[in-house]
Design a protein around this ligand. Sequence first.
Ligand SMILES: [Zn+2]
Length: 219
Amino acid sequence: MPDRTDRTAEIAERLRTDPRIVALVLGAPWRRVGPDVSRSGPVSAVGEGRADGRGRMYVGVPSPSELSELGLPTEVLRHFGLSPADLRAGGWTDTDLRSAGLTPPGAEPEPVEWFVAGEPPQLMLGLAPSGPPLLARPEPGAQAGGVDPVEVHRVPDVVGCTDPESDGMLLVRQIRDRLVRRARRRLAHCGVCLRQVLRTDPATGVCPDCAAEWLGVLP
Ligand SMILES: [Zn+2]
């Protein structure tokens, strides 16, 4: 069974803001996406570029210490167009790569913990161990009853937000509204429980829950 517990307060704490601000800016209540429906991202090929990369130099790519001397954040690394394997071969450590928001080759991507708001779900919020929070639109996932995030947006300014009317938050609200509008346009009507749902079976017009309960279809 999906976890229906309201996690808005927990999310607010993790975003270092107030639950009322989370509700105003993002929406509420938020609940966790079950572990069975979480999405696993693409995994980099193990050992990619490792053997033949030894001794290569990447002229013009500053090291983390050079970046900090220049007052530049490690994220500017993204702009050099080099893969994590290239950068690691060039002497970058996995910690450097992670602080640049890149996944070291062969490593599992850092798991984003996804939460959904609304019934049926109309908005997704992703919290990663490092990196900015994410907003996305839920789409029916590969697994029955599950959802996957699409149209993912980074919303770093939400962290520590104290003014829901600030320019940054107005931008976040625009993103939120666009995602919610698109999500609502895609809702379907279940012919049995009469609820709005993310997906109905094209043959029966019935949602996965009702199909399991009334038609004997396994979810
Ligand atoms: Zn139904």
